[in-house]
Design a protein around this ligand. Sequence first.
Ligand code: SF4
Length: 311
Amino acid sequence: MIAFGPVPSRRLGRSLGINNIPPKICTYACVYCQLGRTIKMQVERDSFYEPEEILQNVRDKVEKAREAGETIDYLTFVPDGEPTLDLNLGRVIELLWPLGIKIAVISNGSLIGREDVREDLLGADWVSLKMDSTRREIWRKIDRPYGTLRLASILDGALKFAQAFRGELVTETMLVEGVNDDDDQIRDVAGFLARLEPATAYLAIPTRPPAEEWVQPPDEEVINRAYQVFSEKVDRVEYLVGYEGNAFAFTGNVEEDLLSITSVHPMREDAVSEFLARAGADWTAVRELVEQGRLVETEYARRRFYVRKIH
Ligand code: SF4
């Protein structure tokens, strides 16, 4: 199935997915991949489907969704592999423009060092690049790239792309316990993001069964620290911790709202105080959530934060 959905996406609203790569062909074999082990690793771009076939599939889905009165905010390339391996990506994006829906590409960024890949991605409205590590050994350990890929070329290509891209560029950093979650490493990534200046830097943790059983998410304290370190360098940082629930829904219910907000970003103690004052509530609800283990109290730079429990 080349086109699927539309499905709700926290980052992209109602998203119609485009699977332009057969399962699972990728340039990486990430230890945390939810699609399991990479079946075929390759770095050569290839033609997997005819661009017109992809267009036809997407157009059918869009028509069906519109007939059903469903809205679509984005057409999103989110395949069972790496979307920029598709040699026809740029052409397909052009073919999709007349549908009048914004186009997103969720890429691991491994081929962004190539000029043709950057050219193709310039046609999109929203692009996400993976940024798990800026250190070669750690990058190799977590993303397990194809042997000929070079991290320096990827980082350089990402900077070149950020300069030229007129759409919304975001990054995604997956934190894995004991691999890329120590302070130095997080500071290195944050330093690079300061140069890249993404619209939003997303922090993710593995929440679904990973390719390798030993993969674990870091503790809430570590995730909060990473959030704060990133926030010092990037204007907007958000969690992608897999809790879709009622994110962003302001229900008027203090508990639900606190869980909803903290699932996207941690709240400082003073922000919680302000929120409670606006809701006409006291700290009882917060204390109960902490006692129930649904909210975690943690500290960073001598300030207290509240983070959603994610384990
Ligand atoms: S880049 Fe994405 S699809 Fe490829 S191995 Fe990593 S997580 Fe899986």
